[in-house]
Design a protein around this ligand. Structure first.
Ligand code: NDP
Ligand code: GDR
Length: 325
């Protein structure tokens, strides 16, 4: 039985990846950091019905000794580094913490693997945010990076450390440059989930308006359930490499929002309010990924359309909110 260690198992991707690996017969271990609400930090694992199928181990990405201890005791075949301070907007308010966890944290995991289990395969959760102010209409593995936030700069460090550990130490270390991916398990602070939660509230008479910032921004949105399959596929290759994972379609925040309102038969224009406080110090205007390499080499393709995903998220929020009314 193969053993996997997932950092960030309590997050959106960690939960879906744990489910996928469990279904594939892996023994799944997940790193969790100490919190005063430990009784609820496994909510996503519970939602997917897999909380009893994984083993949670204590550790923090900023504490190398804890990572070394965990890697030594678990002896994983595969390590997926998904943990991060992952909210771009917060990275301007907490730039140093974001650097310490999202950037240096990746180096800590790489070090723990190199020292304790150098034959383990390693996956780094890199991000399309690294492209930032890109000059190319469609971003691929060869597009130059231009990070536009402390988060993106931290991710770029993690990305290049992954490449360097592969080239310097021969680690089987791959980096997935993933474009935005969402689901009913998405954190409520991210725009898709904020939209689907607000639309469900308005539909149920629990709210009146949806306040957003820059609705002209364009994103290439896919479903987290599809994207974790690409992570796994990367670690099944004989040779480690870097891959863009995207749908190849970009849509404005405005149009994504309209899909949610249309799904419940409400008028977006009656409820949407633009709030200048929600604009960012610097914006990534448009992201559009070219998943050609992932398709050719991994045989990976997205299965869920944006429309189907937003509808699934609205329905999940309607169900959840109806239960607490
Ligand atoms: P989430 O924000 O949902 O999850 C982040 C996870 O990291 C949580 O489990 C969190 O734990 C954990 N974490 C945060 N800080 C630490 C720390 N100091 N030590 C240990 N664990 C920590 O992110 P997603 O699931 O959406 O994303 C997964 C990864 O993929 C992230 O690295 C993200 O930056 C990256 N990514 C995501 C994309 C997306 O569209 N979703 C696209 C591209 C990259 P806790 O529950 O305790 O907070
Ligand atoms: P992003 O996701 O920054 O792309 O990072 P987010 O959903 O936060 O923003 C997407 C776009 O929507 C615009 N926007 C708003 N965003 C939020 N959160 N709230 C609002 O009210 C709002 N109004 C407009 C933003 O300005 C932005 O242009 C996500 C994260 O998962 C990262 O960890 C990951 O690396 C990237 O996706 C790829």
């Amino acid at each position: 039985m193969k053993k996997a260690l997932i950092t960030g198992i309590t997050g959106q991707d960690g939960a879906y990846l744990a489910q996928l690996l469990h279904q594939k017969g892996y023994e799944v271990h997940g790193l969790v950091r100490r919190s005063s609400t430990t009784d609820v930090n496994d909510l996503r694992l519970r939602w997917l019905g897999i909380v009893d199928d994984v083993t949670l181990v204590d550790g923090d990405l900023s504490d190398l000794s804890s990572l070394m201890r965990v890697v030594r005791s678990v002896q994983p075949d595969e390590v997926y580094n998904l943990a991060a301070q992952s909210f771009v907007k917060t990275s301007w308010q907490q730039p140093l913490l974001t650097g310490a966890v999202t950037g240096l944290g990746c180096a800590n995991v790489l070090e723990a693997v190199r020292i304790e289990k150098p034959d383990a395969r390693f996956y780094q959760a890199s991000s399309s945010e690294m492209y930032g102010l890109i000059q190319e209409p469609m971003q691929s593995e060869t597009t130059p990076f231009y990070p536009r936030s402390p988060y993106a700069a931290a991710k770029l460090y993690g990305h290049w450390m992954t490449v360097n550990y592969r080239e310097s130490f021969g680690l089987h270390a791959s980096s997935g440059i993933l474009f935005n991916h969402e689901s009913p398990l998405r954190g409520i602070e991210f725009v898709t989930r904020k939209v689907t939660d607000s639309v469900a509230r308005i539909k149920l008479g629990l709210g009146h308006e949806l306040r957003l910032g820059n609705i002209d921004a364009k994103r290439d949105w896919g479903h987290a359930r599809d994207y974790v399959k690409a992570m796994w596929l990367m670690l099944q290759q004989d040779v480690a490499d870097d891959y863009v994972v995207a749908t190849g379609r970009t849509v404005t925040v405005r149009d994504m929002c309209r899909i949610a309102f249309d799904h419940v038969g409400l008028s977006m224009d009656k409820h949407l309010v633009i709030d200048p406080n929600l604009f960012r110090p610097a914006e990534v205007d448009v992201l559009l990924g070219n998943p050609g390499k992932a398709k050719a080499k991994l045989g990976w393709e997205p299965e869920t359309t944006l429309e189907a995903m937003i509808q699934e998220m609205v329905d999940a929020d309607l169900k959840r909110l109806a239960g607490v009314r």
